[in-house]
Design a protein around this ligand. Structure first.
Ligand code: B3K
Ligand code: ZN
Length: 850
């Protein structure tokens, strides 16, 4: 419920908890609407903490009884917990509380999903289970007893004794409460095992609802690959006898790294060729790796407070990206990550929700699990590695693991290991953690009698609460090519530390072509007056795969901007250059598929706004359609050949090679459909034996206005599979004509399979609406109204997902006055909802900039 004035928490106010916790014993007596939780906690005053009243966090709990050292006490119950007089010495706290998992629709704390019990405690959900110092710097050893009728009852750590109606678990590794987990229900295991390199046998299980057991094999293989990779690359071994993963249908995010008991949104672990796309497989592999890697970066070394969230998340995203690069293609992964970074993080960093990678304050911490903390946080690790070099990075990480194992650490601790290993002063680098906003890097160059000079100027626009920002250290990876396309200066890292800085290269016989920010070596926006000819040249010749892609992307983007702004025709140079690239069979098909992708509507809106123009969402969509059509005509012969050549024969495998081939063939199918009225797409739909092919064909049919039959056939085929039906919901919205997007979404909200209670289904419907810019921003405001109506219905049930989905409105100030006024009306309508959650109140207030 909305507090009168929700409290703002500040990093600068950090104080340790008053007590240390020596041990925690929990007993759960499970009952859907009246679960009893008995806690027995050994507290000891922390001599280093300032004296303050003893306060335990607690929310929505019914206290049945409390005792200190066996004697009944009557603590003062507050809206956020309890305060109690305690001895000035070690003592044993015992409490019994009652909670109601069945009515917990917020999916935080202990809740029910499809008849099973499960938990989500990060960030502050444990306080909804029992009274406790629910903060990451309070770590303890947990022993858990579960009593209930469920056939399977799991918690963290290693299994202890069990009997009819009860099971015990003991986790020997001290952990904060946010890593606590409990699962109980009618579950089946997909079992396996792993032997660590020091010879420890680990039992592995993926637990699922009966019926899903045939969708676990891929996840299990991904888990074993992750375990091996972390041993080989980071020297990190698993540290318990068992590692359990559970698939849950109702979950607010992707997955959760609870110690020894990872809980996954079923969409992020269940996979089969018939029901999952290649992209799903790649994502599942990455998320399994991510959660597993948290065992060291997050669990063994955790965060002192929630401001340090990027310490575990940025590093773990960086590690999972390294893993995917090793398992698949490094350049392809980098391109995919930069596309996502620009779409989500740049958007955030350049709007009202901009915040530093390590925020200075928050009202609701769940609102800070953002692209900035995660993805920009990972970029900072990548920059650090580039600056210190691979060998020093490895040494620093070894030191981090030995020095801080068992700690609740800070960004200062993290940077110090790098300083100690390299002797570098990282004070300036730390600005990346402290200052929000995406730096603009303006580039110019000169060539004069054999000397090439490249000049950089950096500036970061103001962000909420931060008006001016001193220069940061920016690693700029630069290579030089000669006019024939030969690399004459291989990649060097230029370290920019000043607001303006120049670098020179001598002894050149002619003006070189620079390849700037190779591999996207820093999360900045480069502005440079490059000619289209230079871009086409780099698309053809750059040896850096990322910049090769980037040049094609920039060429497409500039052409599209000219079409939107000046009514220009599609750029012939782009059409020629991209066709040449696509025809080159020496290039990785996955790369070619990415290079054939066009800048997103969001990307173009950002670019137009950045250039001082008000983006018109429909004009953007129309320009993209025009260009796609022109390209389909210009590349007719090539697309037919590519489509035929890259059909995969033989058994389906979700590996990089096959998925790259399918991606290229499906990029060709998109072009073919624009000219053949959907004949090929229908043939592909009819013969598809995997979801990648089936879904690509269906998308094409819908876009071509010929999807009606396939839409109902698809539903009939898959109505029993909730994850596939999520795709069915979103695909219809994402591929609708913009004039109809909001109506399609509205109709789907009336479908019997639509529900507010399942975040996946809600996102598949209303999230898809907000991810269809031209449809969402329809001039009459229907998209805005529909989303706001549904967010207002969701908020009382699930504040976390509601607040997150409010980000659909974060770009509102880019648009024309009419759209701004309509969005403001919707945001104010949401804000006026009686009892609006703290989560949504904070988000909407920040978006409005009030
Ligand atoms: N650590 C969790 C995210 C928890 C989100 C809480 N709102 C998953 C992850 O990043 O691995
Ligand atoms: Zn994570």
């Amino acid at each position: 419920m909305k507090d009168a004035q929700p409290a703002t928490i500040y990093l600068k106010d950090y104080q340790p908890f008053t007590h240390l916790v020596d041990s925690v014993h929990l007993t759960f007596r499970l009952a859907p609407s009246a679960t009893r939780v008995l806690s027995r906690i050994a507290f000891r005053p922390d001599p280093k903490a300032p004296a303050r009243p003893f306060h335990l966090d607690g929310e929505g709990l019914t206290l049945i009884s409390a005792r200190i050292d066996g004697k009944e006490v009557s603590p003062e119950i507050t809206p956020t917990g309890l305060i109690c007089e305690v001895p000035d010495a070690p003592f044993l706290w015992e409490a019994e509380v009652e909670i109601d998992p069945a009515s917990n629709t917020a999916l935080e704390g202990l809740y029910r999903s499809n008849g099973m019990y499960c938990t989500q405690c990060e960030a502050e959900g444990f306080r909804k289970i029992t009274y406790y110092p629910d903060r990451p710097d309070v770590m303890s050893v947990f022993t858990v007893r579960i009593e209930g009728e469920e056939p399977v009852m799991l918690s963290n750590g290693n299994p202890g004794d069990s009997g009819e109606g009860w099971a015990e678990w003991h986790d020997p590794w001290p952990k904060p409460a946010y890593l606590f987990a409990l699962v109980a229900g009618d579950l089946l295991a997909h079992p396996d095992s792993f032997t660590t390199r020091s010879g420890r046998d680990v039992a592995l299980n993926i637990w699922v609802r009966p019926g899903d057991e045939d969708k676990c094999a891929f996840g299990m293989e991904a888990l074993k690959r992750s375990m091996t990779w972390d041993e080989e690359v980071y020297g990190r071994e698993y540290d318990l006898d068992i590692f359990n993963i559970v698939a849950v249908d109702d979950f607010n995010m992707g997955a959760m790294e609870n110690k020894g008991l990872n809980i996954f949104n079923s969409s992020c672990v269940l996979a089969s060729p018939e029901t999952s796309t290649d992209a799903n497989f790649e994502r599942i592999e990455a998320i399994i790796a991510h959660e597993y890697f948290h065992n060291w970066t997050g669990n063994r070394i955790t965060c002192r407070d929630w401001f340090q969230l990027c310490l575990k998340e940025g590093l773990t995203v960086f590690r999972d990206a390294q893993f995917t690069s090793d398992m698949r293609s490094a350049p392809v992964k980098r391109i995919e990550d930069v596309i996502a970074l620009r779409a989500r993080q740049f958007r955030e960093d350049n709007g009202p929700l901009a915040h530093p990678v390590r925020p200075h304050s928050f009202v609701e911490i769940n609102n800070f699990y953002t692209a900035t903390v995660y993805e920009k946080g990972a970029e900072l690790i990548g920059m650090l590695k580039t600056l210190v070099g691979d060998a020093a990075y490895d040494k620093a990480l070894d030191l981090y693991f030995t020095r801080h194992d068992g700690d609740a650490a800070t960004i200062e601790d993290w940077l110090r290991v790098f300083e100690d290993v390299t002797g570098r002063d990282l004070t300036q680098f730390k600005r990346w953690y402290e200052d929000a906003g995406t730096p603009r890097l303006h580039v110019s160059d000169d060539f004069n009698t054999g000397t090439y000079t490249i000049n950089f100027k950096q500036e970061t626009p103001p962000t909420p609460g931060q008006d001016s920002k001193p220069p940061r250290v920016i690693p700029i990876a630069l290579g030089l090519l000669d006019q024939s396309g030969t690399e004459i200066h291989e990649t060097t890292i230029l370290e920019m530390t000043e607001a303006e800085q120049s670098f020179t290269f001598e002894g050149l016989s002619a003006r070189p072509v620079p390849s700037i920010l190779r591999g996207f070596s820093a999360p900045v926006i480069v502005t440079r007056e490059a000619t289209n000819a230079e871009r086409a040249f780099l698309l053809a010749h750059d040896t850096d795969t990322f910049n090769k892609w980037e040049s094609g992307r920039a060429l497409a983007r500039d052409g599209l901007v000219a079409m939107i702004r000046d009514g220009a025709a599609p750029d012939d140079l782009y059409l020629d250059a991209i066709a040449t690239m696509a025809r080159d069979d020496t290039l990785d098909p996955a790369f070619r598929a990415l290079a054939l992708g066009l800048p997103s509507q969001e990307d173009l809106a950002q670019t137009l706004f950045e250039g001082g123009h008000t983006p018109d969402p429909l004009a953007i969509w129309e320009a993209l359609e025009t260009l796609r059509h022109a390209r389909a005509e210009a590349m007719q012969d090539t697309t037919t050949r590519l489509y035929a050549k890259y059909q995969v024969t033989g058994p389906y495998a979700p590996d990089a090679a096959q998925s790259g081939a399918r991606a290229l063939a499906n990029a060709a199918l998109d072009m073919i459909t624009r000219l053949d009225g959907g004949r090929q797409a229908q043939a592909q739909y009819d013969s598809a034996d995997n979801m990648t092919q089936q879904l690509a064909a269906l998308g094409n049919l819908i876009r071509g206005g010929r999807g009606d039959h396939a839409i109902s056939a698809f539903y009939d085929q898959w109505h029993h599979d909730r994850l596939v039906i999520d795709k069915w919901f979103s695909l219809q919205i994402l591929n609708a004509d913009p004039s109809e997007t909001a109506d399609v979404a509205e109709t789907l909200t009336r479908h019997p399979d639509f529900t507010l209670k399942n975040p996946n289904r809600f996102r598949a419907t209303l999230g898809a609406l907000s991810m269809s810019p031209a449809g969402f921003h329809r001039a009459d405001g229907a998209g805005y109204r529909l989303l706001a109506d549904w967010l207002m219905q969701l908020d009382p049930l699930n504040p976390q997902t509601t607040a997150r989905m409010c980000t659909a409105f974060e770009t509102w100030k880019r648009f024309d006055g009419d759209r701004q006024a309509m969005i403001r009306t919707e945001l104010e309508r949401i804000l006026a909802l009686p009892g609006l959650s703290r989560d949504t109140t904070e988000m909407v207030t920040r978006i409005l900039g009030a």
